[in-house]
Design a binder for this molecule. Structure first.
Ligand SMILES: Nc1ncnc2c1ncn2[C@@H]1O[C@H](COP(=O)(O)OP(=O)(O)OP(=O)(O)O)[C@@H](O)[C@H]1O
Ligand SMILES: [Mg+2]
Length: 334
């Protein structure tokens, strides 16, 4: 099978503008059947716009996209039968109970009443919502509402599932629960496109990742491939006396061609040092010694997706994406 035939999602040169805002500026990617694609990008990158075009909710200005070989514009009805969507804002009616929500969604998907009931019951059970099934959804926690929304998106047994920031706003427990559900769906062969602002989420769940920024794909590959692009290891340490961070950064600056990422709150410093291995460690110890700065946890590590983001965009992963590298915080969230 060639790549195109095995592709569950195929996107070529997709453009979409809203007035003067070019939300998508020629996006290309393919998602092989049965795999998870993570779409990473900061606020406003174009993630939701891409999802809305692929799920037939929005017409592109130009370019093409297809789901399982069906064009999202010309064969929108066929596409809708194949897909499920849990959008960035949940589609549930909070005045209705969980069970009623699933019944309505099921009927909208043209399932028979008996199928709706059986399938609804199964999904409520699977997503740990049986006990709450007959209470209004407004009494649910954020995590429960997300699970109900995801359950609704699965009513038609979609071959291709779109999840737009499925864990934003969830607490750590809710996120882990959602991750295990997503993993299970992937194991059963569902093709999943997942957008996220969390680097660790993409790292954890996605077979392939695309990083988009300002409507363009700026990097693409497996998590490991992206990390390899950073080129070598990252030296990391924490400066005990935070007022000395700048001195420490200056002392080790010569070990790298790029700026250090500094977290001013914790005093953590990360620096790309190439493939010099333990030699870089020895040099760092000496350099820090000359400025008499006490550090903790000095170590070499593999690059993280934060480092990838910095390498491909030239700035740290930050909410507004505008922070210069030396002031980047190296947080896990974009
Ligand atoms: N309906 C719309 N009308 C006008 N502008 C829009 C519309 N939808 C999106 N945009 C703009 O298009 C750009 C991309 O938005 P989009 O919602 O796709 O970003 P996103 O990556 O999903 O961001 P977030 O992480 O905040 O959800 C933004 O500049 C946004 O303001
Ligand atoms: Mg969005």
């Amino acid at each position: 099978m060639n790549e195109r035939a095995a592709a569950a999602i195929s996107v070529q040169q997709l453009h979409k503008s809203f007035g003067k805002v070019h939300a998508l500026r020629g996006i290309d990617f393919t998602v092989p059947r049965g795999t998870v694609m993570g779409v990473l990008g900061p606020n406003g990158a174009g993630k939701t716009t891409a999802v809305r075009v692929l799920t037939t909710l929005l017409l592109p200005d130009s370019g093409t996209a297809s789901i399982e070989g069906h064009d999202v514009v010309r064969e929108a009805a066929a596409v809708r039968r194949l897909i499920g969507l849990a959008g960035q804002a949940t589609a549930i009616q909070i005045e209705l109970t969980g069970r009623e929500n699933l019944e309505i969604m099921g009927r909208l998907r043209h399932l028979s009443w008996s199928d709706v009931r059986t399938r609804g019951q199964e999904l409520l059970d699977r997503f740990d919502l049986l006990e709450a099934a007959d209470r209004p959804a407004k009494t649910y926690s954020g995590g429960m509402q997300r699970r109900l929304d995801l359950a609704a998106s699965l009513l038609g047994d979609p071959a291709v599932l779109f999840l737009d920031e499925p864990t934003t706003g969830l607490d750590p427990h809710g996120r882990l629960q959602m991750w295990s559900i997503i993993r299970e769906l992937a194991q059963h062969g569902t093709t999943i496109l997942l957008t996220t602002q969390y680097l660790d989420e993409a790292d954890e769940l996605a077979n392939t990742i695309i990083v988009i920024e300002r409507g363009q794909v700026i990097a693409q590959g497996t998590s490991d491939e992206l990390k390899d692009r950073v080129g070598g290891d990252v030296l990391e340490f924490t400066v005990v006396d935070k007022s000395r961070v700048d001195d420490a950064v200056r002392a080790v600056a010569g070990l790298s061609d790029t700026d250090a990422i500094v977290d001013a709150e914790t005093g953590r410093v990360a620096l790309r040092v190439g493939h010099r291995g333990s030699q870089a460690l020895v040099q760092a110890v000496r350099a820090l010694d000359t400025v008499h700065t006490e550090t903790a946890g000095l170590a070499l590590r593999r690059p993280s997706l934060d480092d990838v983001f910095l390498a491909v965009t030239g700035h740290a992963a930050e909410a507004d994406g505008e922070q210069p590298p030396s002031r980047g915080r190296g947080r896990r969230r974009m």
